[in-house]
Design a protein around this ligand. Structure first.
Ligand code: PLP
Length: 471
Protein backbone atom coordinates (compact mmCIF):
# COMPACT_ATOMS: atom_id res chain seq x y z
CA UNK A 1 0.00 0.00 0.00
CA UNK A 2 1.38 3.41 -0.92
CA UNK A 3 -0.05 6.85 -0.20
CA UNK A 4 -1.74 7.18 -3.60
CA UNK A 5 -3.55 3.92 -2.99
CA UNK A 6 -4.49 4.83 0.58
CA UNK A 7 -5.91 8.18 -0.56
CA UNK A 8 -8.51 6.27 -2.57
CA UNK A 9 -9.72 4.56 0.57
CA UNK A 10 -10.91 7.39 2.77
CA UNK A 11 -14.38 6.61 4.05
CA UNK A 12 -17.04 9.15 3.09
CA UNK A 13 -14.89 11.11 0.67
CA UNK A 14 -17.56 11.13 -2.02
CA UNK A 15 -20.46 12.06 0.22
CA UNK A 16 -22.41 15.06 -0.93
CA UNK A 17 -23.87 17.68 1.38
CA UNK A 18 -26.68 20.13 0.83
CA UNK A 19 -26.07 23.81 0.13
CA UNK A 20 -28.20 26.84 0.79
CA UNK A 21 -29.49 26.92 -2.80
CA UNK A 22 -30.73 23.34 -2.47
CA UNK A 23 -28.02 21.80 -4.66
CA UNK A 24 -25.64 19.16 -3.40
CA UNK A 25 -21.87 19.13 -3.54
CA UNK A 26 -19.00 16.90 -2.48
CA UNK A 27 -17.94 17.83 1.03
CA UNK A 28 -14.49 19.29 1.60
CA UNK A 29 -13.15 18.41 5.02
CA UNK A 30 -10.54 20.91 6.13
CA UNK A 31 -11.11 20.11 9.79
CA UNK A 32 -8.67 17.25 10.20
CA UNK A 33 -6.99 18.80 13.23
CA UNK A 34 -10.25 18.23 15.07
CA UNK A 35 -10.88 14.71 13.77
CA UNK A 36 -10.05 12.76 10.67
CA UNK A 37 -12.34 10.44 8.73
CA UNK A 38 -11.50 6.78 8.88
CA UNK A 39 -9.93 4.63 6.18
CA UNK A 40 -11.58 1.72 4.46
CA UNK A 41 -8.95 -0.85 5.56
CA UNK A 42 -9.49 0.31 9.15
CA UNK A 43 -13.25 0.02 8.84
CA UNK A 44 -12.88 -3.41 7.25
CA UNK A 45 -10.56 -4.57 10.01
CA UNK A 46 -13.08 -3.41 12.59
CA UNK A 47 -15.87 -5.29 10.80
CA UNK A 48 -13.69 -8.41 10.59
CA UNK A 49 -12.86 -8.18 14.28
CA UNK A 50 -16.50 -7.68 15.26
CA UNK A 51 -17.12 -11.31 14.27
CA UNK A 52 -14.64 -12.36 16.93
CA UNK A 53 -15.41 -9.67 19.46
CA UNK A 54 -15.62 -10.65 23.08
CA UNK A 55 -14.56 -9.11 26.37
CA UNK A 56 -10.85 -9.34 27.19
CA UNK A 57 -8.85 -10.73 30.08
CA UNK A 58 -11.65 -12.46 31.89
CA UNK A 59 -12.86 -15.27 29.70
CA UNK A 60 -11.66 -18.73 28.85
CA UNK A 61 -13.89 -18.94 25.78
CA UNK A 62 -12.18 -18.97 22.42
CA UNK A 63 -13.43 -15.52 21.40
CA UNK A 64 -12.39 -13.98 24.69
CA UNK A 65 -8.94 -15.50 24.38
CA UNK A 66 -8.66 -14.29 20.80
CA UNK A 67 -9.81 -10.79 21.77
CA UNK A 68 -7.31 -10.71 24.64
CA UNK A 69 -4.54 -11.76 22.27
CA UNK A 70 -5.54 -9.12 19.70
CA UNK A 71 -5.70 -6.46 22.42
CA UNK A 72 -2.15 -7.17 23.61
CA UNK A 73 -0.81 -7.51 20.05
CA UNK A 74 -2.27 -4.09 19.33
CA UNK A 75 -0.56 -2.71 22.42
CA UNK A 76 2.77 -4.03 21.11
CA UNK A 77 2.18 -2.47 17.70
CA UNK A 78 1.45 0.89 19.28
CA UNK A 79 4.49 0.63 21.57
CA UNK A 80 6.68 -0.07 18.54
CA UNK A 81 5.10 2.87 16.67
CA UNK A 82 6.46 5.33 19.25
CA UNK A 83 9.64 3.45 20.16
CA UNK A 84 8.47 2.50 23.66
CA UNK A 85 10.51 -0.17 25.45
CA UNK A 86 9.96 -2.07 28.71
CA UNK A 87 10.46 1.09 30.78
CA UNK A 88 7.22 2.51 29.43
CA UNK A 89 3.64 1.36 29.77
CA UNK A 90 1.13 1.81 26.96
CA UNK A 91 -2.12 2.68 28.71
CA UNK A 92 -5.33 2.93 26.73
CA UNK A 93 -7.59 5.87 27.52
CA UNK A 94 -10.48 7.64 25.84
CA UNK A 95 -8.44 10.40 24.21
CA UNK A 96 -5.53 12.77 24.76
CA UNK A 97 -7.47 14.77 27.33
CA UNK A 98 -8.11 11.72 29.46
CA UNK A 99 -4.51 10.56 29.02
CA UNK A 100 -3.12 13.86 30.30
CA UNK A 101 -5.63 13.99 33.16
CA UNK A 102 -4.67 10.46 34.12
CA UNK A 103 -1.02 11.43 34.18
CA UNK A 104 -1.70 14.62 36.13
CA UNK A 105 -3.76 12.68 38.68
CA UNK A 106 -0.91 10.27 39.38
CA UNK A 107 2.01 12.61 38.87
CA UNK A 108 3.71 13.34 42.15
CA UNK A 109 6.14 16.21 42.29
CA UNK A 110 8.86 14.88 44.56
CA UNK A 111 9.65 18.25 46.04
CA UNK A 112 6.12 19.17 47.03
CA UNK A 113 6.40 17.80 50.56
CA UNK A 114 9.55 19.78 51.29
CA UNK A 115 8.07 23.07 50.24
CA UNK A 116 5.87 25.26 52.37
CA UNK A 117 3.41 27.88 51.22
CA UNK A 118 1.95 28.92 47.89
CA UNK A 119 5.12 30.53 46.52
CA UNK A 120 7.09 27.36 46.96
CA UNK A 121 4.82 25.02 45.05
CA UNK A 122 6.55 22.75 42.56
CA UNK A 123 6.58 24.09 39.04
CA UNK A 124 5.10 22.62 35.89
CA UNK A 125 6.58 24.44 32.95
CA UNK A 126 4.29 24.65 29.97
CA UNK A 127 3.78 27.13 27.14
CA UNK A 128 1.28 29.76 26.08
CA UNK A 129 0.78 27.63 22.94
CA UNK A 130 -0.95 24.77 24.74
CA UNK A 131 -4.35 23.26 24.11
CA UNK A 132 -6.43 23.50 27.30
CA UNK A 133 -6.07 19.74 27.69
CA UNK A 134 -2.36 20.20 28.33
CA UNK A 135 -2.81 23.15 30.62
CA UNK A 136 -5.80 22.82 32.92
CA UNK A 137 -4.92 19.35 34.34
CA UNK A 138 -1.52 20.66 35.49
CA UNK A 139 -3.03 23.41 37.61
CA UNK A 140 -3.97 20.73 40.13
CA UNK A 141 -0.41 19.42 40.34
CA UNK A 142 1.66 22.50 40.98
CA UNK A 143 2.30 26.05 39.94
CA UNK A 144 1.97 26.29 36.18
CA UNK A 145 4.55 28.64 34.69
CA UNK A 146 4.18 29.54 31.04
CA UNK A 147 6.95 29.81 28.50
CA UNK A 148 6.23 32.88 26.38
CA UNK A 149 5.67 32.81 22.69
CA UNK A 150 7.43 35.09 20.24
CA UNK A 151 5.54 37.58 18.02
CA UNK A 152 5.53 34.98 15.21
CA UNK A 153 3.72 32.53 17.50
CA UNK A 154 6.60 30.11 18.09
CA UNK A 155 7.66 29.06 21.56
CA UNK A 156 10.34 31.40 22.86
CA UNK A 157 13.36 29.14 23.38
CA UNK A 158 15.29 31.79 25.30
CA UNK A 159 12.41 32.16 27.71
CA UNK A 160 12.28 28.40 28.13
CA UNK A 161 15.98 28.33 29.00
CA UNK A 162 15.65 31.31 31.35
CA UNK A 163 12.71 29.75 33.17
CA UNK A 164 14.44 26.41 33.49
CA UNK A 165 17.36 28.19 35.14
CA UNK A 166 15.11 30.39 37.28
CA UNK A 167 13.04 27.48 38.59
CA UNK A 168 15.70 24.76 38.74
CA UNK A 169 15.05 22.70 41.85
CA UNK A 170 11.34 23.42 41.65
CA UNK A 171 10.49 22.22 38.15
CA UNK A 172 9.19 18.69 38.14
CA UNK A 173 7.75 18.58 34.64
CA UNK A 174 7.88 20.29 31.28
CA UNK A 175 4.49 19.74 29.64
CA UNK A 176 4.53 20.78 26.01
CA UNK A 177 2.69 20.11 22.78
CA UNK A 178 4.47 18.28 20.00
CA UNK A 179 2.75 20.55 17.50
CA UNK A 180 0.24 23.36 17.69
CA UNK A 181 -3.39 22.84 16.75
CA UNK A 182 -3.62 26.53 15.87
CA UNK A 183 -0.54 27.36 13.81
CA UNK A 184 0.88 23.93 13.01
CA UNK A 185 4.25 24.83 14.53
CA UNK A 186 6.29 21.80 15.55
CA UNK A 187 8.20 22.02 18.80
CA UNK A 188 11.71 20.55 19.20
CA UNK A 189 10.56 18.10 21.84
CA UNK A 190 13.84 16.21 22.15
CA UNK A 191 15.79 19.40 22.71
CA UNK A 192 13.28 20.39 25.40
CA UNK A 193 13.56 16.89 26.88
CA UNK A 194 17.29 17.28 27.23
CA UNK A 195 16.88 20.63 28.95
CA UNK A 196 14.17 19.29 31.24
CA UNK A 197 16.24 16.28 32.25
CA UNK A 198 19.31 18.42 32.88
CA UNK A 199 17.19 20.42 35.34
CA UNK A 200 16.10 17.23 37.10
CA UNK A 201 12.60 17.34 35.58
CA UNK A 202 10.66 15.07 33.26
CA UNK A 203 8.84 15.88 30.03
CA UNK A 204 5.29 15.15 28.93
CA UNK A 205 4.43 15.67 25.27
CA UNK A 206 0.90 16.29 24.08
CA UNK A 207 1.19 14.60 20.69
CA UNK A 208 -2.47 14.93 19.68
CA UNK A 209 -1.46 16.90 16.60
CA UNK A 210 2.02 15.51 16.06
CA UNK A 211 1.27 11.79 16.02
CA UNK A 212 -0.82 11.77 12.81
CA UNK A 213 1.82 13.69 10.85
CA UNK A 214 5.31 12.86 12.10
CA UNK A 215 7.03 9.74 13.31
CA UNK A 216 7.72 9.82 17.02
CA UNK A 217 10.49 8.00 18.82
CA UNK A 218 10.34 8.47 22.57
CA UNK A 219 13.88 7.00 22.82
CA UNK A 220 15.45 4.86 25.51
CA UNK A 221 15.18 6.00 29.11
CA UNK A 222 18.92 6.55 29.46
CA UNK A 223 18.96 8.87 26.45
CA UNK A 224 18.87 12.47 27.75
CA UNK A 225 16.47 13.31 24.91
CA UNK A 226 13.89 10.69 25.79
CA UNK A 227 10.25 11.56 26.24
CA UNK A 228 8.87 10.41 29.59
CA UNK A 229 5.17 10.75 28.76
CA UNK A 230 3.33 10.90 25.48
CA UNK A 231 -0.38 11.30 24.83
CA UNK A 232 -2.33 11.09 21.58
CA UNK A 233 -5.79 10.33 20.17
CA UNK A 234 -6.81 7.79 17.55
CA UNK A 235 -9.64 9.95 16.22
CA UNK A 236 -7.13 12.44 14.86
CA UNK A 237 -5.28 9.69 13.01
CA UNK A 238 -7.95 8.00 10.92
CA UNK A 239 -9.26 5.67 13.60
CA UNK A 240 -12.23 7.49 15.19
CA UNK A 241 -13.44 4.57 17.28
CA UNK A 242 -12.94 6.08 20.69
CA UNK A 243 -9.46 5.56 22.06
CA UNK A 244 -6.45 7.51 23.10
CA UNK A 245 -3.07 6.46 24.38
CA UNK A 246 -0.83 7.40 27.25
CA UNK A 247 2.71 6.10 26.93
CA UNK A 248 4.22 6.57 30.35
CA UNK A 249 7.29 5.99 32.38
CA UNK A 250 6.14 2.99 34.40
CA UNK A 251 7.53 4.25 37.69
CA UNK A 252 4.79 6.88 38.08
CA UNK A 253 2.01 4.32 37.86
CA UNK A 254 3.61 1.37 39.61
CA UNK A 255 2.91 2.64 43.11
CA UNK A 256 -0.11 4.18 44.73
CA UNK A 257 -3.77 3.88 43.85
CA UNK A 258 -5.14 4.17 40.32
CA UNK A 259 -7.39 7.13 39.50
CA UNK A 260 -10.28 4.88 38.52
CA UNK A 261 -10.71 1.68 40.47
CA UNK A 262 -12.99 -1.27 39.93
CA UNK A 263 -13.15 -4.29 37.69
CA UNK A 264 -9.98 -5.17 35.85
CA UNK A 265 -7.67 -3.20 38.15
CA UNK A 266 -7.33 -5.66 41.02
CA UNK A 267 -5.70 -8.99 41.74
CA UNK A 268 -7.58 -9.65 44.94
CA UNK A 269 -10.20 -7.81 46.98
CA UNK A 270 -11.65 -8.43 50.38
CA UNK A 271 -14.09 -6.26 52.26
CA UNK A 272 -11.32 -4.02 53.54
CA UNK A 273 -8.43 -4.11 51.11
CA UNK A 274 -7.51 -4.49 47.46
CA UNK A 275 -4.30 -5.44 45.68
CA UNK A 276 -3.80 -3.69 42.37
CA UNK A 277 -2.79 -5.56 39.27
CA UNK A 278 0.42 -4.85 37.41
CA UNK A 279 0.56 -2.20 34.74
CA UNK A 280 -1.16 -1.54 32.41
CA UNK A 281 -4.28 -3.31 33.72
CA UNK A 282 -4.32 -1.44 37.02
CA UNK A 283 -4.76 1.79 35.01
CA UNK A 284 -7.43 0.50 32.64
CA UNK A 285 -10.48 0.14 34.83
CA UNK A 286 -13.53 -1.60 33.43
CA UNK A 287 -13.98 -3.04 29.97
CA UNK A 288 -11.71 -1.24 27.51
CA UNK A 289 -12.59 -0.08 24.01
CA UNK A 290 -11.25 -3.17 22.28
CA UNK A 291 -12.65 -2.22 18.87
CA UNK A 292 -10.99 1.20 19.15
CA UNK A 293 -7.68 -0.42 19.95
CA UNK A 294 -7.97 -2.72 16.91
CA UNK A 295 -8.70 0.31 14.72
CA UNK A 296 -5.70 2.23 16.01
CA UNK A 297 -3.37 -0.73 15.57
CA UNK A 298 -4.59 -1.13 12.00
CA UNK A 299 -4.06 2.52 11.14
CA UNK A 300 -0.61 2.43 12.67
CA UNK A 301 0.37 -0.50 10.46
CA UNK A 302 -1.03 1.33 7.43
CA UNK A 303 0.92 4.49 8.24
CA UNK A 304 4.05 2.39 8.71
CA UNK A 305 3.51 0.79 5.29
CA UNK A 306 2.88 4.11 3.56
CA UNK A 307 5.66 5.84 5.48
CA UNK A 308 5.61 9.26 7.07
CA UNK A 309 7.93 10.63 4.36
CA UNK A 310 5.23 10.47 1.72
CA UNK A 311 2.61 11.85 4.12
CA UNK A 312 4.87 14.77 5.01
CA UNK A 313 5.65 15.37 1.34
CA UNK A 314 1.97 15.43 0.39
CA UNK A 315 0.79 17.59 3.28
CA UNK A 316 3.69 20.03 2.81
CA UNK A 317 2.78 20.42 -0.84
CA UNK A 318 -0.80 21.24 0.13
CA UNK A 319 0.31 23.68 2.82
CA UNK A 320 2.72 25.43 0.51
CA UNK A 321 0.08 25.67 -2.22
CA UNK A 322 -2.53 27.05 0.17
CA UNK A 323 -0.13 29.63 1.61
CA UNK A 324 0.83 30.79 -1.88
CA UNK A 325 -2.79 31.21 -2.89
CA UNK A 326 -3.79 32.92 0.34
CA UNK A 327 -0.88 35.35 0.03
CA UNK A 328 -2.53 36.68 -3.13
CA UNK A 329 -5.57 37.78 -1.14
CA UNK A 330 -4.79 41.08 0.59
CA UNK A 331 -7.95 40.79 2.71
CA UNK A 332 -6.71 37.58 4.35
CA UNK A 333 -4.60 37.69 7.51
CA UNK A 334 -2.61 34.55 8.34
CA UNK A 335 -1.47 33.85 11.89
CA UNK A 336 1.83 32.06 12.23
CA UNK A 337 4.27 31.04 9.54
CA UNK A 338 3.25 32.39 6.12
CA UNK A 339 6.29 31.12 4.23
CA UNK A 340 5.30 28.52 1.60
CA UNK A 341 8.90 27.31 1.34
CA UNK A 342 8.90 26.32 5.01
CA UNK A 343 5.92 23.96 4.73
CA UNK A 344 7.96 20.83 5.44
CA UNK A 345 8.83 22.11 8.89
CA UNK A 346 5.28 22.55 10.12
CA UNK A 347 1.92 20.87 9.97
CA UNK A 348 -0.81 21.64 7.47
CA UNK A 349 -2.74 23.71 9.97
CA UNK A 350 -3.39 27.31 8.93
CA UNK A 351 -5.23 29.92 10.97
CA UNK A 352 -6.56 32.95 9.19
CA UNK A 353 -9.14 35.72 9.19
CA UNK A 354 -10.85 37.81 6.58
CA UNK A 355 -10.31 41.44 7.51
CA UNK A 356 -13.43 43.09 8.81
CA UNK A 357 -15.45 39.88 8.99
CA UNK A 358 -16.37 37.72 11.95
CA UNK A 359 -14.63 34.33 11.87
CA UNK A 360 -17.92 32.64 12.77
CA UNK A 361 -19.72 34.26 9.84
CA UNK A 362 -17.03 33.30 7.33
CA UNK A 363 -17.04 29.70 8.57
CA UNK A 364 -20.81 29.53 8.31
CA UNK A 365 -20.82 30.78 4.72
CA UNK A 366 -18.04 28.34 3.79
CA UNK A 367 -20.26 25.56 5.10
CA UNK A 368 -23.69 26.64 3.83
CA UNK A 369 -22.60 27.96 0.45
CA UNK A 370 -19.34 26.12 -0.20
CA UNK A 371 -19.84 22.72 1.41
CA UNK A 372 -16.49 23.22 3.15
CA UNK A 373 -15.93 22.19 6.76
CA UNK A 374 -13.48 24.34 8.70
CA UNK A 375 -13.30 25.23 12.37
CA UNK A 376 -13.42 28.67 13.91
CA UNK A 377 -12.92 30.23 17.30
CA UNK A 378 -10.06 29.67 19.70
CA UNK A 379 -9.67 25.88 19.26
CA UNK A 380 -9.41 25.23 23.00
CA UNK A 381 -6.25 27.31 23.07
CA UNK A 382 -7.64 30.62 24.31
CA UNK A 383 -4.42 32.16 25.65
CA UNK A 384 -2.52 31.33 22.45
CA UNK A 385 -5.20 32.60 20.05
CA UNK A 386 -5.70 35.77 22.09
CA UNK A 387 -1.98 36.34 21.96
CA UNK A 388 -1.80 35.77 18.18
CA UNK A 389 -4.69 38.18 17.69
CA UNK A 390 -3.17 40.77 20.00
CA UNK A 391 -6.24 40.85 22.27
CA UNK A 392 -5.45 43.19 25.16
CA UNK A 393 -6.25 42.14 28.74
CA UNK A 394 -8.93 44.88 28.80
CA UNK A 395 -10.58 43.54 25.64
CA UNK A 396 -10.35 40.01 27.03
CA UNK A 397 -12.15 41.15 30.21
CA UNK A 398 -14.87 42.75 28.11
CA UNK A 399 -15.36 39.50 26.14
CA UNK A 400 -15.44 37.57 29.39
CA UNK A 401 -18.32 39.76 30.57
CA UNK A 402 -20.28 39.00 27.41
CA UNK A 403 -19.64 35.25 27.67
CA UNK A 404 -20.74 35.20 31.29
CA UNK A 405 -23.90 37.00 30.16
CA UNK A 406 -24.42 34.14 27.65
CA UNK A 407 -23.38 36.13 24.61
CA UNK A 408 -20.69 34.25 22.71
CA UNK A 409 -21.00 36.34 19.57
CA UNK A 410 -18.05 38.56 20.47
CA UNK A 411 -15.52 35.82 21.07
CA UNK A 412 -12.29 36.60 19.27
CA UNK A 413 -10.98 33.86 17.05
CA UNK A 414 -9.76 32.72 13.67
CA UNK A 415 -10.76 30.32 10.93
CA UNK A 416 -8.65 27.18 10.85
CA UNK A 417 -8.06 24.93 7.88
CA UNK A 418 -6.19 21.70 8.52
CA UNK A 419 -5.13 19.11 5.99
CA UNK A 420 -4.96 15.35 6.12
CA UNK A 421 -3.14 12.84 3.96
CA UNK A 422 -6.03 12.68 1.49
CA UNK A 423 -6.81 16.36 0.80
CA UNK A 424 -6.12 17.80 -2.65
CA UNK A 425 -5.06 21.01 -4.35
CA UNK A 426 -8.44 21.08 -6.09
CA UNK A 427 -10.07 21.30 -2.66
CA UNK A 428 -7.77 24.22 -1.81
CA UNK A 429 -8.86 25.90 -5.06
CA UNK A 430 -12.48 25.42 -4.02
CA UNK A 431 -11.77 26.87 -0.61
CA UNK A 432 -9.97 29.90 -2.06
CA UNK A 433 -12.77 30.49 -4.59
CA UNK A 434 -15.32 30.39 -1.77
CA UNK A 435 -13.19 32.75 0.32
CA UNK A 436 -12.95 35.16 -2.61
CA UNK A 437 -16.71 35.02 -3.07
CA UNK A 438 -17.12 35.87 0.63
CA UNK A 439 -14.59 38.70 0.45
CA UNK A 440 -16.45 40.16 -2.52
CA UNK A 441 -19.68 39.86 -0.47
CA UNK A 442 -21.31 37.72 -3.14
CA UNK A 443 -22.82 35.23 -0.76
CA UNK A 444 -26.52 34.63 -1.00
CA UNK A 445 -27.74 33.99 2.54
CA UNK A 446 -28.92 36.51 5.04
CA UNK A 447 -26.92 35.34 8.04
CA UNK A 448 -28.16 35.89 11.56
CA UNK A 449 -26.21 35.21 14.70
CA UNK A 450 -27.34 33.01 17.55
CA UNK A 451 -25.70 34.97 20.35
CA UNK A 452 -25.82 32.22 22.92
CA UNK A 453 -23.97 29.83 20.64
CA UNK A 454 -21.88 32.41 18.83
CA UNK A 455 -22.84 30.82 15.51
CA UNK A 456 -24.33 32.19 12.30
CA UNK A 457 -27.20 30.63 10.34
CA UNK A 458 -28.76 31.62 7.02
CA UNK A 459 -32.23 32.93 7.76
CA UNK A 460 -35.04 30.56 6.83
CA UNK A 461 -32.81 27.58 6.03
CA UNK A 462 -33.12 24.33 7.93
CA UNK A 463 -31.32 21.09 7.16
CA UNK A 464 -33.17 17.82 7.60
CA UNK A 465 -30.27 15.62 8.72
CA UNK A 466 -32.49 12.54 8.77
CA UNK A 467 -32.36 12.65 4.97
CA UNK A 468 -28.67 11.87 5.31
CA UNK A 469 -28.49 9.53 8.25
CA UNK A 470 -30.81 7.83 10.66
CA UNK A 471 -30.15 5.65 13.66
C1 PLP B 1 -2.84 19.87 20.72
C2 PLP B 1 -4.05 19.18 21.24
N1 PLP B 1 -4.01 18.62 22.46
C3 PLP B 1 -5.05 17.97 22.99
C4 PLP B 1 -6.22 17.86 22.29
C5 PLP B 1 -7.37 17.11 22.91
O1 PLP B 1 -7.60 15.96 22.17
P1 PLP B 1 -8.86 15.04 22.51
O2 PLP B 1 -10.05 15.87 22.21
O3 PLP B 1 -8.71 13.90 21.59
O4 PLP B 1 -8.76 14.68 23.93
C6 PLP B 1 -6.33 18.44 21.02
C7 PLP B 1 -7.59 18.38 20.28
O5 PLP B 1 -7.83 19.10 19.36
C8 PLP B 1 -5.21 19.10 20.48
O6 PLP B 1 -5.24 19.64 19.28
Amino acid sequence: MDLKELQKHVVGLDEEVILLDGTRTKYVNFDNAASTPTLLPVQEKVNEFCKWYSNVHRGTGFKSQLSSWVFEEARNIIARFVGADAHSAVIFCKNTTEAINKLAWRFQCPIISRMAGEAEKPVILTSVMEHHSNELPWRKVGKVIHIDIKPDGTVNHDDLCDKIVKYTGRICLVAISGASNVTGYINPIHEYAERAHAAGAQIAVDAAQLAPHRSIDIKAKDDPQHIDYLAFSAHKMYAPFGIGVLVADRSVFEHGDPDYVGGGTVDIVDLESAYWKDLPEREEAGTPDIVGVVALAKVVTLIEQVGFDSIIEHEAELTSYALQKLSLMPEVVIYGDKDPTNARNRLGVISLNVMGMDHALVSAILSYEGGIGVRNGCFCAHPYVKSLLGVTPEDAKEVEKHILARDRSKIPGTIRISFGLYNTKEEIDRFCDALNMIIRKQYKGNYVVNKERGEYYPEGFQIDFSKFFTL
